[in-house]
Ligand binder design. Structure first.
Ligand code: HEM
Length: 486
């Protein structure tokens, strides 16, 4: 027998197929509460989609420590080799709406939550080590160029390249995006990066700066531009299907987790030598200068049972770090520390941390009370703190973190024309094999051929500065599309 249908209040429903009506053809009765409740709830099924990264897929898994990094951090999840921590990972595309195609050319989100015994650590990264901009004040404008135009409601290559051509710091990420890595073959065959510089603090109160890397054990696989476009029509949920089916079949995807670490003095010497600000999100730390050190393995092994409850309502935030970790002076990271919790208060609600996917798996305790949907409201416990240290933990977040030396007067600093935005983009270009370079030229020429001359020339000048062969290749690809760029 199928399960008894009830109202949301648990009252058995006699008929779930036929509304109560006045006569067999008559109007419906207001007293048919089950009908009314059913329609009302249906009307409220949607929550706002994420303002970015709206289309995504999630899965649970575990992180296992394979190498000792206790010299860098006292965070308990790293305390012993072999130690396992439960995780949740949400992959996503960035610019498209919740129903958009998984194979769009776009960075991919790679947002990992570690349910540690000291609270949730969220590393909300991407499949790219850098980003388009280095200051969060530009983020809403940048994202608007990736979304739809105010009047036509169409996406616009002109808006995208108008922005990028005036923001040379974007060139490194633009080069990544229009390479084959801009169309990964599902979520299992790509790397993940924390991207920003964070910090680690050890028992002795010493800080090192750190970048996190997740290298896919499935091997990198990308789609050709043509296949990505074809799949967008044939199977817009291609990446969701691939991930869900692999996990359901017991073919668990894994990533090897690495760190790059550097002391403040090492970064200062590196900056002196290279001219690059180590906290600039448009730059990588080259592996030759800061080698990868293995830390552990991340495995995904369990599909959520309910997409809305566990994936749509998941609320991860880069501000969530645990004792033994800290932030960095990266301006983008600083903006993000504010943005995520704020977005989630609006998108999911005041008590979004009470939902099972967001709640810590360790005891938690504070005097935050009430608000809509307060699932964990402290019971009969006192709802105020007295003015003393009672209840705080001297070993808690920020404990032993050395003070951060600041430099320079408070002001607004424009790095354009002052900072080197070309060398690392050129280095990436030079690393690409010949066929990948050609794919990059063609992938760029497609949208650029739809953009007014003034913007095309401004963008070509950036390619030229990164590498003469880069500019020449894009020019040739534009000419092959009948565009005169001499
Ligand atoms: C999602 C803001 C830069 C990765 C989001 C959301 C906001 C946001 C408001 C939606 C959060 C939610 O509703 O749950 C910003 C701002 C940025 C920025 C203001 C710049 C200052 C970045 C960067 C990365 C990134 C640099 C990667 C390195 C992600 C990911 C998600 C996300 C992966 C989806 C998280 C999930 O799967 O739930 N961002 N973002 N963002 N962002 Fe950012």
């Amino acid at each position: 027998m199928s399960q008894q249908i009830t109202t949301a209040s648990g009252i058995p429903v006699a008929d779930n197929q036929n509304s109560a009506s006045a006569g067999s053809r008559g109007p419906l009765l207001l007293q048919d509460f089950h009908l009314i409740e059913k329609l009302q709830h249906f009307n409220r099924e949607r929550i706002p989609e994420r303002v970015v990264h709206a289309k995504g897929s999630g899965a649970y898994g575990k992180f296992t420590v394979t190498h000792d990094i206790t010299r860098y951090t006292k965070a308990k999840l790293f305390s012993a080799i072999g130690k396992e921590t439960e995780t949740f990972l949400r992959f996503s595309t960035v610019g498209g709406e919740k129903g958009s195609a998984d194979t769009e050319r776009d960075p991919r989100g790679f947002a990992v939550r570690f349910y540690t015994e000291e609270g949730n650590w969220d590393l909300v990264g991407n499949n790219t080590p850098v980003f388009f901009i280095k200051d969060g004040i530009k983020f809403p404008d940048f994202i608007h160029t990736q979304k739809r135009l105010a009047q036509s409601n169409l996406k616009s290559p002109t808006a995208m390249f108008d922005f990028w051509s005036k923001a040379p710091e974007s060139l490194h990420q633009v080069t990544t995006l229009f390479s084959s890595r801009g169309t990964p073959d599902g979520y299992r065959h790509m790397d993940g990066f924390g991207s920003h510089t964070f910090s680690l603090i050890n028992d002795a109160g010493e800080r090192v700066y750190v970048k996190w890397h997740f290298k896919t054990q499935q091997g990198i696989k990308n789609l050709t531009a043509a296949d990505a476009v074809r799949l967008a029509g044939e199977d817009p949920d291609y990446a969701q299907r691939d991930l869900f089916n692999a996990i359901a079949a017991g073919d668990f995807p894994r990533w090897t987790v690495y760190v790059q670490t550097a002391t403040e003095a090492e970064l200062a010497a590196w900056e002196q030598r290279t001219g690059w600000n180590p906290f600039d999100l448009t730059k990588v730390w080259p592996h030759g200068d800061f080698p990868l050190q293995q830390v552990g393995v991340l495995e995904l092994n369990r599909n959520p049972l309910n997409y809305h409850a566990e994936v749509e309502q998941a609320a991860l935030s880069p501000a969530n770090v645990v004792p033994g970790m800290g932030y960095s002076p990266d301006k983008m990271l600083q903006a993000r520390l504010f943005a995520y919790h704020d977005a989630q208060l609006y998108r999911v609600g005041t008590n979004h941390q009470h939902l099972p996917v967001n709640a810590p798996r360790c005891p938690f305790h504070n005097q935050q009370r009430d608000g809509a949907m307060a699932l964990a409201n402290g019971g009969a416990e006192q709802n105020y703190a007295t003015v003393d240290a009672a209840g705080t933990n001297p070993q808690g977040l920020g404990h032993g973190e050395p003070a951060l030396a600041l430099n320079g007067p408070a002001a607004r600093y424009d790095g354009r024309g002052v900072e080197d935005d070309y060398t690392q983009a050129g280095n990436l270009f030079r690393l690409l094999p010949a066929d990948e370079k050609q794919a990059l030229f063609d992938n760029l020429a497609g949208p650029l051929s739809q953009v007014p001359d003034e913007i095309v020339f401004r963008q070509l000048a950036h390619f030229d500065q990164a590498d003469a062969a880069y500019g020449a290749g894009v020019r040739a690809a534009l000419k092959a599309r009948g565009r005169n760029v001499d």
